[in-house]
Design a protein around this ligand. Structure first.
Ligand SMILES: [Zn+2]
Length: 309
C-alpha cells in the first residue's frame, strides 16, 4: 500500500493508494497556510499516521505533492509561495513515521498520474498543463518523469510569453501563467471593465470567476468573448512553444479551466493550427485530463513508489 498527499494552499488531502493507482480511501483537512510551517507539518504527520493505522496492508512509501519547488533528492521544499515556505525540511519533520518519503512538485505528480493511469497512459513523451490559480507544468520524457538537472523542472507557467499589464507572483513580467490561468482570465476581464466602456453582463457581477467569463463568452458577451479569445491566443502560444521545444505526443489540460472541455479544445486547436510552423506534420494531440483532483494524491503515491523501487 502507498500513501499520496496533496499539500494545497487551502486543504491537505491524503489517501491510501494501491500500487496500480487505485485510490481506496481519502481524507482532507484544512491547511491553515498562515501558520508557521512546523505546525502544518505536525498536522501532516498526524494525518499520515492516521492513514497508516487505517490501512490493512503495510504502507511502503509516501509521496507528497507541494505547490512549489523541491530539491533534487525530494526531501526539502525550497520555496512555496502560497504557504510562505522557504527552505523547509519537510522530510526530516516526518522521519519518525519510518516510511520512505518522496516530495515533488504538485504539477509533476499530477502529470505522472495521468501518464500512469489517466489521459496520457503509456504515452512516452507527454506534457500536462494545470490551468488553475497559476499554470503548472509536468513533463514525461522517454517514459520517465522529467525533473531536470537540479530537480526544478518544469516551471512551464513561468515561460515568458510577452509583456503583460500585471506582474507574475514570481516577480517577473510576462509569464505564461499571467495569460493562461484562471487568475489571468479574471484579471483581464476586470481590466477591461475598468479601462473600457465595452458592454458586458460581468459589470453587474460582484465577483467574477473564470467559469463566468467562459460561460458568457459562449453567449457572445463582449468583454467575456474578448477575454476568452485573448486567453486562447496566449494558451496556444505557450503550447506551440512546448511543441517546438519537446514535440510531445500528447498534451493534457487539467485544473479548473479545463472544465470548459470541448469548447476549450475546439477553440484552442484552431489557434494552435494557425501558430504552428510545422503545421504540415503530426503534432501533439491536446486532451482534457481524466483524473480530476485526485491526480495529485495518486501521482504523489506512484512517484514515491517508483522512486524507491
Ligand atoms: Zn512567473
Amino acid at each position: 500500500m502507498l500513501i499520496g498527499l496533496d499539500l494545497g494552499g487551502t486543504n491537505i488531502a491524503a489517501g491510501l493508494v494501491t500500487e496500480t493507482g487505485e485510490l481506496l480511501y481519502k481524507k482532507s483537512i484544512p491547511t491553515g497556510a498562515q501558520r508557521p510551517s512546523e505546525e502544518v507539518i505536525k498536522d501532516i504527520y498526524i494525518l499520515l499516521d492516521e492513514l497508516i493505522d487505517y490501512s490493512d496492508e503495510k504502507v511502503t512509501a509516501i509521496g507528497i505533492g507541494v505547490p512549489g519547488l523541491v530539491n533534487k533528492d525530494m526531501s526539502i521544499v525550497l520555496t512555496c509561495k502560497n504557504l510562505n515556505w522557504e527552505h523547509v525540511p519537510l522530510m526530516a519533520g516526518l522521519k519518525n513515521l519510518n516510511i520512505p518519503i518522496a516530495i515533488d512538485n504538485d504539477a509533476n505528480v499530477a502529470a505522472y498520474a495521468e501518464y500512469k493511469i489517466g489521459s496520457m497512459a503509456g504515452v512516452e513523451n507527454a506534457v500536462m498543463l494545470t490551468l488553475g490559480t497559476g499554470v503548472g507544468g509536468g513533463i514525461i520524457l522517454n517514459s520517465q518523469e522529467f525533473r531536470g538537472g537540479f530537480g526544478l523542472g518544469s516551471e512551464l507557467g513561468h515561460m515568458v510569453i510577452g509583456p503583460n499589464f500585471y506582474d507574475c507572483n514570481c516577480g517577473k513580467n510576462g509569464c505564461f501563467e499571467t495569460f493562461a490561468s484562471a487568475t489571468a482570465i479574471i484579471k483581464y476581464a476586470e481590466h477591461l471593465i475598468e479601462t473600457t466602456e465595452l458592454p458586458s453582463k460581468l459589470r453587474s457581477y460582484e465577483t467574477i470567476t473564470a467559469k463566468d467569463v467562459i460561460d458568457l463568452s459562449k453567449e457572445e458577451d463582449v468583454i467575456a468573448s474578448e477575454t476568452f479569445a485573448r486567453f486562447i491566443q496566449y494558451l496556444a502560444t505557450g503550447i506551440v512553444n512546448i511543441i517546438n521545444l519537446i514535440d510531445p505526443n500528447k498534451i493534457a489540460l487539467g485544473g479548473g479551466v479545463s472544465g470548459a472541455g470541448d469548447y476549450l479544445l475546439s477553440n484552442l486547436n484552431k489557434a494552435i493550427e494557425k501558430q504552428l510552423f510545422l503545421a504540415d506534420y503530426d503534432s501533439a494531440e491536446i486532451v482534457i485530463s481524466s483524473l480530476g483532483n485526485d491526480a495529485g494524491i495518486i501521482g504523489a503515491a506512484l512517484v514515491a513508489m517508483d522512486h524507491y523501487k
